[in-house]
Write a protein that binds this ligand. Structure first.
Ligand SMILES: Cc1ncc(COP(=O)(O)O)c(C=O)c1O
Length: 392
């Protein structure tokens, strides 16, 4: 495979001014991150700071209701409440070893911003977080968390005022201040080496899930399901299972309100190949290459691109990508909350909703692991408004 590519997807489509820090990062991954000392330090932080391994939980109530085994990989139990912390602790540690003093980041749902601000506080780095102005309003609670952690939050007023625009702003900042700054990218997107870096740091999710499931049952699961925004929790969950062809891998995208012509974030299901944020992937775009607006009830899924490795897994037929609407995700949120006493993030609720839609269709011996990428506390206001609208 061509370096930095996943089949036809990936690569490094970056302006000349971004090439030096990208090459520096690639070199640091090989020299520092691959080393035993770095890995030991990272494992120490993941164990005692992040709280790994996270639990693999068998949902006895939900399994009884749907007629097959439902298991949750509990990334909601990781420090700060989502899988994003695995990536930021790793990148912050790498940045520190590279001699950087500042992290710049972008965030949509705010979880990556909180996770970056947390890692920066831990490791004594300055932190600047770009966030679409619309997301600043939708996720006010996370803005307050970032500020308390010592980060500077910069609202981005351009474009659709969401994640896509925040990434543009963070990249511009990195170009201008590359000597002292590491760009702590929040998903498995962007130019090489970011999709590889983020996947390596998130692959701990699937490695643990595979070992935990084997230990409990003596076998492999039949299906592994995860929501897909940029695709970092999904690629982290899938990676260890990819060589095990008998395990079906299913990524769940956001279909928005589901009406014909509505905005959604179903990039792999409906998008076409193109370049966004420095990588060749599948995009929501017009035939002329204009990026289309995206939408999801779950702010973390609201992105018109996707990680290139997912486009590759789809092209290979190794992973399948399906869609779930806002209403279905809301129903998934309520069902897990009431059945198991766990409030899932709205992003993860998409993955759950897909599994619930399989109710009664799979043999009782089937086991499905869902990546519960985060907890729902950040989404309480969105849920309150959506329930009020639904119930008139
Ligand atoms: C809880 C949670 N799950 C999933 C996502 C989607 O991102 P990714 O597809 O990179 O895992 C986000 C993004 O903010 C998130 O906060």
């Amino acid at each position: 495979m061509k370096k930095g590519y996943f089949g036809d997807f990936g690569g490094r489509f970056a302006p000349e001014l971004l090439m030096p820090p990208l090459l520096e990062l690639e070199e640091a991954m090989g020299r520092i991150m691959a080393g035993e000392a770095f890995q030991r330090e990272l494992t120490e932080l993941l164990t005692h700071f992040v709280g790994r391994p996270t639990a693999l939980y068998h949902c006895a109530n939900l399994s009884r209701e749907v007629g097959f085994g439902v298991w949750l990989k509990r990334e909601d139990l990781a420090h700060t409440g989502a899988h994003k912390i695995n990536n930021t602790v790793g990148q912050a540690l790498l940045a520190k070893h590279m001699g950087k003093t500042k992290l710049v980041a972008e965030t949509g749902a705010g979880q990556h911003g909180v996770a970056t601000a947390t890692a920066a506080a831990l490791l004594g780095l300055e932190c600047i977080v770009y966030m679409g102005a619309e997301d600043v309003v939708r996720q006010a609670h996370n803005v307050q968390r970032m500020e308390l952690l010592g980060a500077t939050v910069r609202p981005v007023e351009s474009g659709s005022r969401t994640l896509k625009d925040a990434i543009n702003a963070a990249m511009r900042h990195w170009i201008a201040e590359q000597a002292a700054t590491h760009y702590c990218l929040g998903s498995a997107v962007g130019p090489h080496p970011f999709p590889l870096l983020v996947r390596e740091l998130q692959a701990v999710i699937g490695r643990e899930a595979l070992a935990q499931f084997r230990e409990r049952t003596g076998k492999l699961p039949d299906r592994v399901v995860a929501c897909v925004g940029g695709g970092s929790n999904a690629i982290g969950m899938f990676h260890a299972f990819v060589p095990h062809e008998q395990v079906a891998l299913i990524g769940v995208e956001a279909a928005g309100d589901g009406s014909p012509g509505c905005c959604h974030s179903a990039t792999l299901s409906t998008g076409t190949p193109g370049v966004l944020h420095g990588t060749m992937t599948k995009l929501l775009q017009t035939p002329e290459g204009q990026i289309l607006p995206s939408h999801s009830l779950a702010p973390g899924l609201d992105y018109p691109g996707v990680g290139p490795e997912h486009a590759h897994l789809q092209a290979l037929g190794r992973a399948e990508y399906v869609c779930v609407t806002d209403d279905q995700a809301l129903a998934g949120f309520m069902r897990l909350t009431r059945s198991e006493g766990i409030l899932p993030a709205l992003e993860s609720s998409h993955a759950l909703a897909h599994v619930l839609s399989l109710s009664g269709t799979l043999p009782a011996t089937t086991d499905v692991i869902v990546c519960l990428s985060g907890r729902g506390d950040k989404d309480l206001e969105i849920v309150r408004q959506a329930l009020a609208k639904r119930d008139g």
